[in-house]
Ligand binder design. Structure first.
Ligand code: SF4
Ligand code: SF4
Length: 232
């Protein structure tokens, strides 16, 4: 493919797209899409199994369907990262991408840098169409989720959903791009409809944390007060 890289534009911008999230892998990025091969690839520590979540209102009952694919891993995220705030790519280094252009995920290679800045950069291919090419490998990726986490996709999604609710409640999203925060904010009410029990568990954890913080603050005040000499 034509080399679309423009270090001058990207240096000036400071790597905004990579700070928003890791980029997408196309199926054509791998010499094999067999389970054993992908399992080895995932051991690099630089790639995650991620998901696009599609919500569906089925006669008043909200359901969701995850579509699995691979993406460059985000900072602090695991090898299976189905539902979380997207953060800076873990392969973004001080002087740019860890990979040279040829070895970069195709989602990154196909982004055309613009001299006008971040909002004017666009992919030269239909990214969603490329991601959808993973449709024939859903069972392989599901098998890998099970093998790596010991959980099926649905159980792992619930775990991720609870942690996402908790991150939202505790404002643990300061290093997340504003666009991503808005996306998640729009999704949370739907997620709560599908997984009310995950929201309740996150809320319980949040309340326990607040109670613990209040207790610690109270103990601190009492300690300070005990050092003040009495007038009598
Ligand atoms: S591709 Fe665009 S958004 Fe990404 S670093 Fe380059 S100029 Fe910035
Ligand atoms: S893999 Fe490289 S190009 Fe892709 S998001 Fe990470 S740092 Fe950016």
């Amino acid at each position: 493919m034509e080399k679309l890289e423009n270090k001058e534009f990207c240096q000036k911008c400071g790597g905004y797209c990579c700070k928003k999230s890791g980029c997408d892998y196309f199926t054509t990025d791998f010499v094999s899409l067999k389970s054993d091969y992908l399992e080895e690839v995932l051991k690099s520590g630089r790639i995650s199994i991620v998901a696009i979540i599609k919500f569906n209102n089925d006669h008043g009952k909200m359901t969701l369907r995850p579509f699995l694919y691979l993406r460059a891993r985000n900072t602090g995220r695991g090898v299976v990262d189905l539902l979380s705030y997207k953060k800076a790519c873990a392969s973004l280094e001080e002087d740019g991408c860890y990979y040279d252009f040829e070895h970069r995920p195709s989602g990154g290679k196909h982004l055309v840098p613009s001299s006008l800045g971040k909002n004017h950069c666009h992919p030269d291919v239909d990214l969603l169409k490329e991601i959808m090419n993973w449709r024939n490998y859903q069972n392989i990726l599901r098998g890998l989720v099970q093998k790596i986490t010991g959980m099926d996709v649905e159980t792992k999604l619930k775990e991720d959903a609870e942690n996402l609710f908790y991150d939202y409640l505790t404002d643990n999203n300061k290093d997340v791009a504003i666009e991503e925060r808005k996306d998640i904010l729009g999704m949370l009410p739907l997620l709560k409809e599908v997984y009310p029990e995950c929201y309740d568990k996150a809320l319980e954890r949040y309340n326990q944390k607040k109670d613990q913080e209040d207790l610690e603050a109270q103990e601190k005040i009492e300690k300070i007060l005990s050092r003040i000499p009495s007038n009598r």
